[in-house]
Design a protein around this ligand. Structure first.
Ligand SMILES: [Zn+2]
Length: 244
């Protein structure tokens, strides 16, 4: 298809901002594993703890949140990511509010990522059989709104200075779950880790279904765009070019 793909340089610090436990593992964990292996410091920020994600009779939101947070930490550990932050919003009810924007600016100013990864908030339909979860769109929008311009603006959320947090400029955003990808990351060496990471979310596969074949199929489809075995797809926004 295209040979113009320039795989983004591996950042020193990357932050993935997502709605639910397992979002990272379904979509971008191959990239996270690759970057962590190369020495990047990676942080996962989860807006909810996936506390509505079950059909099991009698289970409570509190109990489910505990299970899913543990699964998410195990999944992060598989790919070499140690920092997992849960913001504790209610699963299924996330909106791109100013409060959420401030909470994300706080995380960005604290961790100071070079690259932020988040979902495409404009993606309503995936194929002909899936309506994108509203939390995915809400968190994608809040993350983009937090990155630019406000995280870098001293007068925006200036009250965060009282927490010792200074403005921070994110250099690059990789938007995933998009209908219009223009950048692919070769994950041929880390697809197996991605599969292992997704398997940690056992509560989401109560009938014992194994996600390996599906992830392999998606990654192969991505790989065909750049002539590699397996890849993950992004829309890339470069906010600050590296000086050469
Ligand atoms: Zn999700």
């Amino acid at each position: 298809m295209t040979n113009s793909n320039q795989e983004p340089k591996i950042p020193q610090r990357a932050m993935a901002i997502v709605a639910h436990p397992d979002d990272i593992e379904f979509v971008i964990a191959g990239t996270m594993a690759k970057w962590a292996k190369a020495g990047a410091t990676v942080s996962y920020v989860l807006v909810t703890s996936g506390d509505a994600g079950s059909h099991e009779p009698g289970i409570t939101r509190e109990a489910l949140a505990c299970i899913r947070e543990a699964e998410q930490r195990a999944a992060a550990h598989k790919v070499g990511v140690d920092e997992v932050i849960f913001l504790g919003y209610r699963d299924g009810e996330v909106e791109p509010t100013l409060t959420l924007r401030r909470d994300l600016v706080r995380q960005i100013r604290r961790f100071k990522p070079d690259t932020v990864l988040c979902a495409d908030p404009t993606h309503f339909f995936i194929g002909n059989d899936y309506i994108n979860h509203p939390d995915h769109r809400a968190v994608g929008q809040a993350a983009l709104d937090a990155v630019a311009p406000v995280a870098a603006m001293p007068l925006s959320f200036a009250e965060l200075r009282e927490e010792g947090l200074e403005p921070h400029r994110v250099k690059e955003v990789l938007v995933f779950g998009t209908a219009n990808p223009d950048t692919w990351v070769d994950i041929s060496d880390t697809l197996d880790l991605k599969i292992e990471a997704l398997r940690q979310h056992a509560s989401q596969f109560p009938d014992g279904w194994d996600p390996a074949d599906m992830l392999r199929e998606w990654a192969a489809e991505g790989g065909r765009n750049i002539g590699v075995k397996y890849a993950e797809a992004y829309k890339r926004i470069v906010l600050e070019r590296e000086e050469n």
